[in-house]
Write a protein that binds this ligand. Sequence first.
Ligand code: GRF
Length: 190
Amino acid sequence: MKFAILGSGTGSNAKAILDAWKAGQLGKAEPVAIFSDKRDAPILRFGEVYGVPARYLDPGRFRTKLDPEAEQCYINAIRAAGADWVVLAGFMRVIKPAFLDAFPKRILNLHPSLLPSFKGLDGIGQAWDYGVKVTGCTVHYVTADLDGGPIIDQQAVRIEEGDTRETLEAKVHAAEHTLLPKVIARLSLS
Ligand code: GRF
């Protein structure tokens, strides 16, 4: 199972995946490329650190999706890297049907809530503001239904007395860093 990681930001989940890989804990999965739609995204720095090719790919003229030419460019780059799976680790653009069709049932997303609760942006803040006592994170297949594809696995996080929005964020991110590599490893062995 060769996969590309797509991200727009910090890349802490990309780092968790790459650390698991280096530690021999990613089953038969192998990260073969990292791509970002942000030229200066910190996630791109992991390329050199871990010896995985990493580069910026121009997303085109839209803000929340790839334009059709950019989409084809992403598909070509992922294929050229030898990847047949795609892991979205904080990739802040909606994936449209042409991209989905290029990797059917082979695009994973990580979302920082227990779906189907708190879809969309700032899943952690939404859960905090709502006042739920348990939230967490979800890994799911990507479909045309935003944050609505089939759930693969979830990890719960309890909101304790004394937690703040910041401590909750740290707890959910820590859960993500455990869950995502575990799911990738499991899928690679199935
Ligand atoms: C994560 O919270 C993930 O659930 C969401 O975007 C965030 C990415 O964080 N989709 P990072 O860039 O991996 O640190």
